[in-house]
Design a protein around this ligand. Structure first.
Ligand SMILES: CC(C)(COP(=O)(O)OP(=O)(O)OC[C@H]1O[C@@H](n2cnc3c(N)ncnc32)[C@H](O)[C@@H]1OP(=O)(O)O)[C@@H](O)C(=O)NCCC(=O)NCCS
Length: 370
């Protein structure tokens, strides 16, 4: 029998695949298909970065227009998916609802090619996220406004209010930051499902399940709850000190790869300040975040991650907290689709081993003798 290699806990430092999609690095950099996240954040659109991640290169003007038209064409959610959502109790977590809806979509959409399936999931995610929440609140699904861009429309469906161009631009920046992040827990989950040759709906449903957890995508919602609890900058230091003393986690901090800086967090931090200044509502929430950030660095030397600053940005945009993690998921679906396809290009089923440390040789005792 071949010798078994024991991987470190959490597969820390273990490469299990080759990828050309994205790379996060310990030096605090992130690239999508070779392009620095800062450049895409400052100059790109959601649709253009989505194209880049899916097809590996920036589109020409004509290709981008055609791609945008395709996304619009596939954006209508089949109504029987909403019937499934209506049957879910109102108390359900929005990630549970979204996961069920995407699974329902897989059982509903038939007779389309795998490329159409992939574009349809990506294109329907904004309406699914907004309308799962609306149905849960007893409202009817929102009708998209054809005069708005994809991201402006998404924000409009989430808040019920037509966003200013700066608000829509801000929201789009966050969606770009969330698009992809190499082999994180949900992308790995998607690749494991892909490796069995299951369909894209199954893989994305599994990705959603992995992303729900507070150690992964659930952190933006948890960070917001924490910021609301801390309340103001003056309380930050003692909150952080006490929480760490109890050996509890500070949500929105720490990362497997980034040990000094998460580039997405720093871009989002600047964006939060700009948004607050534009809105003229004062910098209280920015100061609170910065005080928490300074205290976590002082006591634990952990950097904030993207979820920490995403939370107050979404809050300032008037987005319901329950949809923060679903929004992350809607954008990350793009990365999942790219990983799904990359896995299939050079596939071997994922089937690791485990070192058995349980009992052996026990004698079976019939039920009435136990
Ligand atoms: C992201 C996360 C899961 C990475 O886990 P990981 O790679 O296993 O973490 P590390 O090995 O770097 O942790 C190093 C140390 O920092 C601690 N730590 C990590 N994140 C922490 C946090 N957010 N709050 C408090 N302590 C934390 C660990 O407990 C460990 O402490 P120890 O050395 O005293 O045992 C982890 O940082 C975390 O739980 N963060 C909070 C959730 C979150 O924001 N997730 C979103 C990620 S984008």
């Amino acid at each position: 029998m071949a010798e078994i290699l024991r991987a470190p806990k959490g597969l820390d430092g273990v490469a299990v695949a080759d990828t050309t999609i994205a790379k996060s690095d310990t030096d605090g950099t992130l690239i999508y298909r070779g392009y620095a996240i800062k450049d895409l954040f400052e100059k790109s659109t959601f649709e253009e970065s989505t194209y880049l991640i899916l097809y590996g290169r920036l589109p020409t003007k004509g290709e981008l227009e055609e791609f945008e038209a395709k996304l619009r064409r596939y954006s209508m959610v089949p109504h029987n998916v909403y019937d499934i959502v209506r049957a879910i109790p109102n108390e359900a977590h929005q990630m549970d609802v979204l996961r069920t809806a995407v699974s329902g979509l897989g059982a509903t959409e038939g007779g389309i090619s795998s490329e159409e399936q992939e574009l349809s999931i990506i294109a329907q995610m904004p309406a699914l996220v907004a309308n799962c929440y609306r149905l849960n609140q007893g409202m009817e699904p929102a009708e998209p406004d054809a005069s708005l861009s994809l991201c402006a429309n998404y924000l409009y469906m989430l808040t019920g209010k037509k966003p200013s161009s700066f608000e829509a631009w801000t929201f789009e920046r966050m969606l770009i930051l969330y698009l992809e992040h190499d082999l994180n827990a949900s992308a790995f989950t998607v690749r494991v499902v892909a490796s069995t040759l299951a369909d894209i709906y199954s893989a994305c449903t599994a990705g959603l399940a992995a992303l729900k957890g507070p150690l992964h995508g659930g952190a933006n919602e948890a960070a917001m709850q924490m910021l609301l609890k801390i309340g103001s900058a003056g309380n930050a230091r003692s909150y952080v000190q006490e929480t760490l003393a109890k050996r509890e986690k500070i949500m929105g901090f720490g990362h497997r790869i980034y040990k000094t800086v998460d580039p997405r967090s720093q871009l989002a931090k600047k964006l939060l300040k700009e948004l607050l200044e534009k809105q003229g509502k004062g910098l209280e929430s920015y100061k609170l975040c910065e005080a928490v950030e300074n205290a976590v660095w002082e006591f634990k030397r952990l950097p904030s991650n993207v979820d920490f600053y995403a939370a107050p940005i979404f809050m300032t945009l008037g987005i319901p907290i329950e949809t923060f993690t679903p929004i992350f998921a809607s954008s990350r679906t793009v990365g999942w689709v790219a990983h799904y396809n990359e896995q299939l290009m050079d596939n071997r089923i994922y089937r690791p081993d485990a070192i058995y440390i349980g009992n052996k040789g026990l004698n079976y005792v019939p039920l009435d003798e136990r």
